[in-house]
Design a protein around this ligand. Structure first.
Ligand code: PLP
Length: 465
């Protein structure tokens, strides 16, 4: 076996990666032709690659490293837990301290009476759990025909068969025959792209009422639940109009359907409060968590249930669970992550002290000629690239062409921003400082200038007709 170390030349690592490693959401042959980037270390908000470049990670990995990289305490806790009890299951009348302690901490941190956790290994798994949970809930209550889950176009809920079915990403549905049965998608509250000349508040109400129309069309007695991300993340950081969530809440209450808030990104400080549900005034029956739960240091997810739903589910044998539901090492790491976020007041400081500064700086990007809007809530933001600001026009080129060009320039300027289509998104660690925000925004500005110049040279600044 070859010893693969950080000290191997990058080209050799790339060759082995190309030969044997298949990457998620990637055109493999294209990637292998370009060569993959090898990340070797990280500290705070900064990544180091195999060439020694230091890069500002404005994505916190994949929206998850809320605490920032390199916290010794999490490594210590993981090592201690592995020595003491590396694994035991929670299936057969058994439990262990990390699963207990984390469950209690989650009950304390979450709003309302979300007092019960069902553990999973990821956000996708947790949303698969949710599909079975809500259908089982209604079956137990004597309404087994209440099965349909309403979700949104361009929502993201994971990549397993169930969670990708909840998601509204058409390229994902096209591969492998998704969605599964009894999932219904409604339009998203994406004013910038779809709102036309409408007032934003009116548009928000209209898109929320699409839920009511769907319930009336499908039948109240057939609809089990609605699922949504407080802010759509992977869909492009779509911050809904203020009118949207209160109207969704009203409709869920009126028609007696369960409300699932997918807080996999929004949870644990991302939107300025501990949970997006607090920022947007949502009272969910079920909440999906993952990502920031462990700041990505260990894979873990979960479903939080309110008292009433938990009581019904506890009234039957729920035939569901994962080998790693409540894994002791990942639970211990998540608990330590939450302890630090809480005791060091990282969530509070990020929301109250840093977020207003971040917003002021981020919104300066809206003045750039290539930018149609620059928006941010807490520590998640987006900019829409456009060939024509006033009309919010799309590019004539394939969606994502301009975004990809911009992303390449970001990387060349030692900044990681992701693109979804022609929107650039950020979601940095919550520990980012004001000085680092200045660096982030100035690098973004420079990358936008360069992308603008390249798009002009290549004749790509044309608006779609
Ligand atoms: C990432 C994500 C998921 C899926 O989580 P995984 O851990 O990748 O399975 C689910 N919902 C939302 C909102 C996400 O952003």
């Amino acid at each position: 076996m070859t010893m693969i170390t950080n000290h191997m030349p990058t080209v050799e690592l790339q060759a082995i990666d190309a030969a044997h490693h298949m990457h998620p959401f990637t055109h493999g042959a294209d990637l292998n032709a370009k060569g993959v980037r090898v990340i070797t270390r990280a500290k705070g908000v900064t990544l180091t690659d195999s060439e020694g470049n230091e890069i500002l990670d404005a994505m916190a990995g994949l929206w998850c490293v809320n605490l920032g990289y390199g916290r010794e305490e999490l490594a210590e806790v993981a090592a201690r837990q592995m020595r003491e009890l590396p694994y035991y299951n929670t299936f057969f009348q058994t439990t262990h301290v990390p699963a207990i302690a984390l469950a209690e901490k989650l009950a304390q941190l979450t709003p309302g009476d979300l007092n019960h956790v069902f553990y999973a290994g990821s956000g996708s798994e947790a949303n698969d759990t949710n599909i079975r949970l809500v259908r089982t809930y209604w079956a137990e209550k004597g309404s087994p025909e209440k099965k349909i889950i309403i979700a949104r176009k361009n929502g993201y809920h994971g990549s397993s068969v169930g969670s990708a079915s909840l998601g509204g990403m058409t390229p994902m549905h096209e591969q492998g025959g998704l969605p599964i049965e009894d999932i219904h998608h409604i339009d998203q509250p994406h004013w910038y792209a779809e709102g036309g000349d409408m007032d934003q508040g009116e548009f928000g109400l209209m898109r929320a009422r699409a839920l009511e129309e769907a319930i009336l069309e499908l039948g109240e007695d057939k609809v089990a639940a609605f699922i949504g991300e407080p802010v759509q993340g992977a869909g492009g950081v779509i911050i809904p109009p203020e009118t949207y969530w209160p109207e969704i809440q009203r409709i869920c209450d009126k028609y007696n359907i369960l409300l699932i808030a997918d807080e996999v990104i929004c949870g644990f400080g991302r939107t300025g409060n501990w949970f997006g549900s607090e920022t947007f005034g949502i009272k969910p029956h079920i909440m999906t968590i993952a990502k920031g739960l462990s700041s990505g240091y260990a894979p873990i997810g979960g479903s939080l249930l309110c008292d009433e739903v938990a009581e019904v589910i506890n009234g039957c044998e729920f035939s569901h669970g994962y080998t790693y539901s409540g894994h002791p090492v990942t639970c211990a790491v998540a608990l330590e992550n939450l302890r630090i976020l809480d005791e060091e007041k990282i969530v509070e400081k990020a929301g109250k002290e840093i977020a207003p500064y971040f917003k002021e700086k981020w919104e300066t990007l809206a003045d750039h000629p290539l930018v149609g809007e620059a928006r941010i809530v807490g520590h998640m933001g987006s900019i829409a690239l456009t060939p024509h600001k006033e009309s919010r026009a799309k590019f004539a080129s394939d969606a994502g062409t301009a975004g990809l060009i911009c992303r390449e320039h970001c990387f060349a300027n030692k900044l990681i921003m992701r693109h979804t289509g022609d929107r650039m998104v950020i979601s940095p660690p919550l520990v980012i400082t004001k000085a680092e925000i200045d660096t982030l925004v100035s690098r973004a500005h420079k990358a936008l200038d360069q992308a603008h110049a390249q798009l002009k040279t290549e004749g790509l600044l044309k608006a779609a007709s």
